[in-house]
Design a binder for this molecule. Structure first.
Ligand code: HEM
Length: 147
């Protein structure tokens, strides 16, 4: 069961972060070059169900994974507990920024200030991807320290 949970955790993480990297590095620059934020808005809106299902799955499997790490004393003594707390805070920041992007900025792409929204989305995506790189490292470190 815990192997299935870690597997789902990683698959959902790949869908979320992979999809975001593709949107921000391929689709968004193309929309910017074409001067057409609406197309990007349609694509980003279409991607939302996959993104938010993956976010829910990452969080649910992550919380389940915590319960499978082993005795609390060992987790704390090894330092995995501290890294896990840091990871949790960074994941909350990622989710907050992703929500701001998808539910506040993406709807602005259909309005006259669409180019400003596109610029904001560029920076939000960069921030989430940067945090993801750190969170992936912390996930691997927690996994190894706790054993
Ligand atoms: C509330 C959110 C999350 C919690 C509570 C959580 C918790 C955990 C735990 C406890 C493990 C260790 C699993 C094990 O070894 O048995 C783990 C592994 C991992 N997590 Fe998360 N996680 C969360 C979100 C994320 C996110 C958002 C990402 C990536 C962007 C991520 C990436 C990873 C990676 C790469 C591993 C390593 C898997 C391995 O080598 O076993 N996690 N996570």
């Amino acid at each position: 069961m815990s192997l299935v949970s870690v597997w789902l955790h990683l698959v959902a993480m790949a869908v979320w972060i992979g999809g975001l990297a593709y949107q921000s590095h391929v689709v968004l620059p193309q929309a910017r070059r074409a001067g057409d934020p609406r197309v990007f808005g349609d694509i980003a809106r279409r991607g939302r169900p996959a993104v938010w299902s993956s976010v829910c799955l990452v969080v649910l499997t992550g919380l389940y994974n915590v319960t499978r790490l082993g005795p609390l004393e060992r987790v704390m003594e090894s330092g995995a507990g501290t890294l896990l707390a840091g990871k949790f805070i960074l994941v909350l920041a990622m989710i907050t920024l992703a929500a701001q992007r998808d539910f506040a900025q993406v709807p602005r792409l259909a309005r006259p200030d669409a180019l400003a929204a596109l610029k904001t989305i560029t920076w939000l995506d960069r921030a989430v991807l940067l945090l993801a790189v750190v969170v992936i490292y912390l996930g691997l470190a927690v996994s190894r320290l706790a054993r």
